[in-house]
Write a protein of this length. Structure first.
Length: 468
């Protein structure tokens, strides 16, 4: 028998490369980010970085230098305490560091057979969220990439359950119901699923309510098939903290109407669901215990790095019936096990819930509750300061940790110019938005390290800035 030929690795000895990268990571985890980093035009990046993908390779040292010197500075620092735009991310150092461990472990976490240990830990983190919801122990969940994937997966399960119950496609086709305040991903999901949207009129506070929902569903039924007994609406999407204003829908009356009509209730808590952990805000979510599915993004206000969305279902059977994939090479899989691939629109997945689990296990749920409360307190204090200001106007009392305000007399260009100058100076990241048809400013507090005094000091300078 011929002796086996031992070929050298095509990658060579990467030990020094690995150590160099680990040194960079170690420094970055403990070193605060630079708030002055920002997006750069593609052509400028091309010049600064130079050609990086070549036949021979540029070497690890050169590639890491481009990453450190050119690419990272051309990104916005999400964890800066004065980044208050969009919904930023403020992961704990523990979570950031463990994200590297998660990648190094290289776990395929789609099936229990291949990723049991990692999935077990993820399920421990999901169980804490389940207790916040007040759901039974039989509820299941998984981690997906973000709210868009989570909402789409939940709504696909909802339609699948409606199909199994009704059989025939309803007159007018399937539809979901929500208010105009629902996240943009809901309309994206409706497009992907090829279903209609029944718009429900929000109340004066911008909330979805049961009475308005019932009226909208009855009106839609009369329009499409007045003789049918079941609504063509297979799911209602309620918000547990809208992205623009932090509004929490009336989950008590909404869930009651959904139960009465036999319609799936999905609650989108991608941003605001984290406030379930805060005793001062928990009452806002009464009724959520009756929902059929729920999402929350740990990478938003639960202090995990990108990307991570927790998706939970009350009934495991409906989720698995919708999502379990079959193929000749998958037939041996134990379908009674906890397989994340059976719970969302994915098969291959990393164990993206592990950094969240590690941080939660490290710090404990009490610290998590305190950190969320801290953001709520900061938002309320800043809102009170704005309300007392002579040159600023508070547009609504914050429900959660988003503060909306404007500057009387400013035009749209004033907001854009001020926002850009503050960002370039590294003072604060606060971008314009729209509220009731008018341009306004919006602050999103999810970082417990954000200091009220620093925020209000910047806001107090707006009048001086405008004069110049």
């Amino acid at each position: 028998m011929a002796e086996p030929v031992h070929l050298p690795s095509p990658w060579g000895d990467e030990t020094a490369t690995a150590r160099m990268v680990l040194d960079w990571v170690s420094h970055r985890v403990v070193q605060p980010s630079d708030p002055k980093t920002s997006a750069v035009a593609s052509d400028l990046l091309r010049v600064a970085a130079g050609p990086t993908i070549t036949r021979e390779g540029i070497g690890a040292a050169a590639a890491l230098d481009v990453f450190d010197r050119v690419l990272v500075p051309a990104t916005r620092a999400q964890d800066d305490a004065m980044n208050l735009a969009y919904i930023p991310s403020a992961p704990t150092r523990a979570a950031v560091a463990f994200d590297l461990a998660t990648s190094a472990a290289n776990v395929f976490a789609g099936m229990w057979e291949t990723g049991a240990g990692a999935i077990f830990a993820e399920n421990e983190a999901l169980a804490w969220i389940r207790t916040l919801l007040g759901w039974p122990d039989t509820a299941v969940g998984t981690f997906v990439s973000g709210g868009t994937s989570g909402n789409l997966s939940a709504l696909h399960a909802a339609r699948s359950a409606a199909r199994a119950r009704r059989g025939a496609r309803p007159a007018g086709g399937w539809a979901l119901a929500c208010t105009g305040g629902a996240h943009s991903s809901i309309r994206s999901a409706a497009s992907v699923l090829d279903v209609d949207i029944v718009d429900v009129t929000a109340d004066a506070g911008g909330r979805l309510t049961g009475p308005a929902l019932r009226e909208a569903l009855q009106r839609d039924s009369m329009q499409h098939d007045p003789m049918q007994h079941d609504s063509r609406v297979f799911a209602v999407v309620a918000s547990a903290g809208t992205t623009n204003a932090g509004i929490v829908d009336d989950l008590v009356s909404t869930s009651a109407v959904c139960a009465e009509l036999g319609v799936w209730l999905h609650v989108d808590g991608a941003y605001g669901g984290a406030a379930l952990a805060a005793p001062s805000a928990r009452g806002l979510f009464t009724g959520i215990e009756n929902a059929d599915s729920f999402i929350v993004d740990p990478h938003k206000w639960l202090f995990a790095p990108y990307d991570s969305c927790a998706l939970l279902y009350r009934d495991p059977a409906t989720a698995r019936a919708a999502h379990a994939q079959t193929a000749s090479y998958l037939d041996v899989i134990d379908r009674g096990a906890s397989n994340p691939a059976d719970l969302a629109i994915h098969l291959s997945r990393r164990a993206r819930g592990l950094p969240f689990w590690f941080s939660l296990a490290t710090h404990g749920t009490d610290r998590y509750a305190d950190a969320v409360e801290r953001s709520l307190t900061t938002a309320r204090d800043v809102a009170a300061h704005i309300d007392a200001s002579e040159h600023l106007r508070l547009l609504r009392d914050p429900t959660l940790s988003i503060v909306l305000f404007d500057v009387p007399g400013w035009q749209s260009d004033d907001y854009r110019v001020w926002s850009a100058e503050m960002a370039q100076a590294g003072e604060i990241l606060c971008v314009p938005t729209s509220w009731e048809g008018e341009t306004a400013l919006r602050l999103a507090f999810v970082n417990p390290d954000t200091e009220t005094a620093k925020v209000t000091a910047v806001l107090d300078e707006i009048a001086t800035w405008a004069q110049h």
